[in-house]
Design a protein around this ligand. Structure first.
Ligand SMILES: Cc1ncc(COP(=O)(O)O)c(C=O)c1O
Length: 248
């Protein structure tokens, strides 16, 4: 079997990493500004991270979510304190796309609605509902095409209000800072306006902090510069320092 040919690969084979450096198979040292695709938040092979993972693997590597897991309870408590999101509940999964899929599904269940609003240049993941709300037709397969996804101009409250007026939108989803589409920051007025429009028309506000969250903007979540309280916040990349984890 050969690997599936997803996209062109850089011609480098990292075999060792420490802090902000990686070494390739020929011993060449690189300053890693790529950060394993923006996931290595605390540096490669950080001693605390290595120790914790090693200890955990030697105790118990994996069990299902159907049992008591005090570690998850501790994580939820610490995350609430660190992020200031004390009154939120934590749902854990394995990736950013999965976090968004579940957030979208939850918003649809709660509101009983099917329509979702996202914005130009947005990226929300490569799977089903998340990819339908991503502004890149090249990665939307025919099976993911849906009339329930409405993609509007970024920072445009007039267009957003027009789209919400029919009260059919379950939620608006927006990145704290757009990442893949370029570094585009939503204005404070825009995020605050989205929250009040969502409330006015019975929709929810989902803040996708998968790329911009976990302290990367200076605040724990980038939306916290705008003083809004989203209904759901999704996160992933910064959570596990490369270990696959996501949640909201
Ligand atoms: C803003 C945003 N949302 C969602 C995702 C999808 O996350 P994952 O690659 O973990 O599925 C990404 C990935 O880069 C992202 O930047």
């Amino acid at each position: 079997m050969k690997l599936f040919d997803v996209y062109p690969l850089f011609n480098i084979t990292p075999v060792k990493a420490k802090g902000c450096y990686v070494w390739d198979s020929e011993g060449k040292k690189y300053l890693d500004l790529y950060g394993g695709h923006a996931v290595i938040s605390i540096g490669h092979s950080h001693f605390h991270y290595v120790q914790k993972i090693t200890d955990q693997l030697s105790d118990i590597g994996f069990y299902s979510n159907s049992i008591q897991n005090p570690l998850q309870v501790e994580l939820a408590k610490k995350l609430g304190e660190l992020s200031g999101c004390l009154d939120y509940q934590l749902f854990l999964c394995n990736s950013g796309a999965e976090a968004n899929e579940n957030a979208i599904k939850l918003a649809s269940f709660v509101t009983g609605r099917k329509k979702f609003v996202s914005f130009s240049k947005s990226f929300h993941g490569r799977t089903s509902a998340a990819v339908a709300l991503t502004d890149n037709p090249k990665i939307i397969a025919p099976v993911n095409e849906t009339e329930n996804a409405v993609i509007l101009p970024f920072n445009d409250l007039t267009a957003t209000e027009e789209a919400l007026k029919d009260r059919e939108a379950a939620a608006i989803i927006v990145e704290g800072i757009q990442g893949i589409g370029g570094i585009y920051v939503p204005t404070k007025e825009f995020l605050q306006g989205l929250k009040s429009l969502a409330e006015k028309y019975g929709s929810l506000l989902i803040l996708d902090e998968i790329q911009s969250g976990y302290g990367r903007s200076g605040k724990f979540f980038a939306y916290q510069y705008s003083d809004v309280q989203p209904d759901i916040v999704t996160m992933a990349k910064g959570m596990g320092n490369g270990f696959p984890i996501g949640g909201f």
